[in-house]
Design a protein around this ligand. Structure first.
Ligand code: SF4
Length: 214
């Protein structure tokens, strides 16, 4: 069962260059306090069950826009690395029907190294939200272990077939969780390994704003 909770078309330069289609996979091992897609945690059996062929055939309707703008297909979520075999099936079918359309992934890298290895040959851009590299901040915000993400990132740095340009790391400002100093420390730790580092800000969801507890 594929468990796709959304397909967002015509995304402009938000998931790598050009116009992209973002496929939202249900399921995520993290529990981020300001998760923009809490719906991904709901039971996957309620979502449409695409085969890889059905999904890529659907996405193909925007092939022209992708080709004209250098866009691509983006596997996101949720955590697409949790459905690595299905993503691989999509990649194999896409190679046949949409040759040279880039395949990208948006991930927290919270998965076994085997899942990362399974997809390594197919993904030309890894967009990684690392949260924060202070393990305490990471745990407080996500309830996950930072080491798993970091070890996977280091593996990617050494083995990604498309090289350093295929790894983009995002470092969020997380209101109430990390400080500017934490962010600077994360960036400094990443700099020897990653060329493309983007600092950006999370928004607190309305129910966590003023007057509520975190
Ligand atoms: S990693 Fe992404 S999808 Fe998963 S809980 Fe965090 S923000 Fe939500």
């Amino acid at each position: 069962m594929s468990g796709i909770f959304s397909i967002s078309r015509f995304r402009m330069a938000t998931d790598g260059p050009g116009i992209s289609t973002l496929i939202g996979f249900s399921g995520c091992p993290l529990n981020c306090q300001y998760c923009p897609n809490p719906i991904c945690h709901t039971d996957r059996s309620q979502w449409p069950d695409y085969s890889a062929r059905e999904l890529i055939d659907f996405v193909r309707r925007d092939e022209l826009y992708m080709r004209m703008t250098g866009g691509g297909i983006v596997f996101g979520g949720g955590e697409p690395l949790g459905q690595e075999y299905f993503v691989k099936e999509c990649a194999l079918y896409s190679q046949k029907t949409l040759p040279d359309i880039p395949l990208r992934i948006e991930t927290s890298l919270q998965a076994s190294i085997k899942n990362v290895q399974e997809l390594l040959p197919y993904i030309s851009l890894w967009i990684i939200d690392i949260k924060d590299l202070n393990p305490d901040v990471y745990y407080r915000y996500t309830h996950g272990q930072m080491d798993l993400m970091w070890n996977n990132l280091m593996y990617l740095v050494q083995h990604a077939p498309y090289g350093q340009d295929s790894i983009w790391v995002r470092v969020p400002r997380i209101p109430g969780y990390n400080t500017n100093r934490d962010i600077q420390k994360s960036v400094r730790r990443l700099q020897p390994y990653v060329k493309h580092i983007e600092v950006f800000s999370y928004r607190k969801p309305p129910e966590k704003r003023e007057g509520t507890t975190e």
